[in-house]
Structure formats: C-alpha cells, structure tokens
Ligand binder design. Structure first.
Ligand SMILES: NC(=O)c1ccc[n+]([C@@H]2O[C@H](COP(=O)([O-])OP(=O)(O)OC[C@H]3O[C@@H](n4cnc5c(N)ncnc54)[C@H](O)[C@@H]3O)[C@@H](O)[C@H]2O)c1
Length: 277
C-alpha cells in the first residue's frame, strides 16, 4: 500500500515491542508504510532512533519508548503513553523474545537462566497485553499478534526452556482468543524460523557450511527477511483476516513442514533415517 492510499483509511495506533531491529524493525516499517502510527518500544536507543528517523523521513509516524520490556516500569510507561496520546492501542505486536541467554543442555542449566528466559519470552507478553487490553475492550476492537517460534512445535536440543515458554505463547494466544472473541478482539501469533537478524545471522549460521546446500536445510532455499514476517503480521491484523483468531501461523520457509524429513546433501535418503549402504 502506498502512503497516499494508506492515508485514506483511519490510521491505527500500533504498538511493536522490540520494534527497532530484526523482525520487529520490519514490522514497524511495514505498519508505518501502511499509514499507521507506530509506537516503537525498544531497549536499544541508537537503533530505535535510527528506525524512527527512517520512518519519519519516509512520511510515516513513529513514537519511540525506550526501555526493557521485561521491567514493570517500562510496561507502565507504555500504558500511560498509549492512554495519554491515543486513548487505546488498535494493534499490539508482542515481538520481543530471545533464546540466547540460556543456550545450554537443560541438565546443566541454572535456574537463573530459566528465570531470564521466562521474562524475555513469556512474562512480558502477559504484562503488556494485560496493560493494553482495557483500552481495546473499551472500544470493542483490537488485534494482537504474538511472536512465537517454530520451536514451540518441534523439539530443539539445547533450548528446552526457550521452546517451552514459546509453546506457552502459542497456548496463551489460543485461550486468550477464545476469551476475547466476544469483545471484538482477535489474537494470533506467528512462528518464525531462520530470519536473517542479529539474533540468528545467516552468516554465522552458515559458517563452515556450503551455502549452495541451503535448500537441503530450508525448503524455500533462503533465510527469511524482516519483511517476510512483517507481511504476515500485517495480514493478520487486517480486515482480510477478520475470521482468523487463536492461531499461530508458521513463517519459516517450510522448515516445520520438513521437520524430521530433511533431504541429505548427497540426495540419497533423509537426515532422520539410519544410513543406508
Ligand atoms: N531470528 C529468528 O530466526 C527467529 C526464529 C524464531 C523466533 N524468533 C522470534 O522473533 C522475535 C524477533 O526476533 P529477531 O531475530 O528479530 O530478534 P533480534 O534480537 O534480532 O531483535 C530484537 C529487537 O528487540 C529489541 N529488544 C531485545 N530485548 C529487548 C527488551 N528486553 N526490551 C525491549 N526491546 C528489546 C532489540 O533491541 C531489537 O530491536 C523474537 O521473539 C524471537 O524469539 C526469531
């Protein structure tokens, strides 16, 4: 949608947590390009300022709120900002999440790691949603999209706690959708895989591997770009998705479909099958 087209419809107030970089950055830019007012919450001051500057330079609207979304104070400041400036949020994208604080085998992982993973992957989804829901309920409409992961649906060694909390995000999405349907609010999620972002840089993930064999790992044959995820989020919050609620949509280039059935690079057999002569 061009900004001219976008300006013809009523702009929405869209909150994007972790909206500066990566998937969240793509989501902020997409909603701004569609004519919405983006409230970008991020912990990285420089990145948030740069993304907001890009958006405003392109004619879009963006307000930055700096802070760690896992902190009560940030959630309270966000709720106050939305309340004072906009009355309510039309769209909430709970995007912050990270596997990195605790990449280790479960038996060796200390409970402090589980605690931080909980804050980063699940707790703030509850806290921000809880803080912004009264505004949505008061106007009888709203759309929430949570960012989960394909690891909520398949096993991943070394990330058992991260995957469990993200399964929680998807379960929360389902139950909340049922609870909020009568209030005119839809709740969905996306489950990304293999986005080329600072969290999972393609260069790092491919280090030492032959990039020509990417198709044997990722059916789409390439890593995801922020706009791949942003497009699905934009759809889920649009009138075209008015009859979709309670679902987690994988946006993964086909990896979940291929789970357990990756073709071997040799072209003979599958990675989950015993070797054959
Ligand atoms: N990258 C992938 O392949 C992948 C795969 C599955 C799921 N995901 C999920 O997608 C979401 C986004 O991933 P990404 O790869 O774009 O992440 P990223 O780490 O590249 O970017 C995250 C953004 O959030 C901000 N941020 C981080 N912690 C914050 C905090 N505590 N408070 C406020 N802002 C914070 C960062 O500054 C940055 O702008 C996460 O929930 C992640 O778990 C990503």
């Amino acid at each position: 949608m061009s900004l001219d087209d976008a300006a013809r419809r009523h702009p929405r107030t869209v909150v994007v947590t972790g909206g500066a970089l990566g998937i969240g950055g793509g989501i902020s830019r997409r909603f701004a390009a569609d004519g919405d007012h983006v409230v970008l919450v991020d912990i990285d001051e420089g990145a948030a300022a740069a993304t907001a500057a890009d958006i405003t330079a392109g004619g879009g609207r963006c307000t930055v709120l700096l802070g760690d979304i896992t902190q009560n104070d940030t959630v309270a400041r966000l709720a106050a900002l939305v309340d004072d400036a906009h009355g309510h949020a039309d769209v909430l994208i709970n995007n912050v999440g990270d596997f990195r604080p605790a990449k280790s085998f479960f038996a060796k992982s200390p409970p402090q790691q589980w605690q931080r993973l909980h804050e980063l992957n699940l707790w703030h989804v509850f806290a921000v949603t809880h803080a912004l829901l009264p505004g949505m309920i008061s106007v009888g409409s709203g759309s929430i999209v949570n960012v989960s992961t394909v690891e909520a649906f398949r096993g991943i060694p070394g990330n058992a706690v991260y995957s469990a909390y993200n399964a929680g995000v998807s379960a929360f999405t389902k139950s909340l959708a049922v609870e909020l349907g009568p209030s005119g609010i839809r709740v969905n999620a996306i489950a990304p895989d293999l986005a080329d972002t600072a969290q999972t840089p393609a260069e790092l993930m491919l280090a030492g591997r032959d990039p020509a064999l990417l198709h044997s790992w990722l059916p789409a044959g390439r890593f995801g770009r922020p706009e791949d995820f942003a497009g699905v989020v934009a759809f889920l919050t649009s009138p075209d998705a008015a009859f979709i609620t309670g679902h987690t949509i994988p946006v993964d280039g086909g990896t979940l479909a291929a789970s357990g059935w990756y073709g071997k690079a040799s072209g003979r057999g599958w990675t989950n099958m015993p070797d054959q002569a």
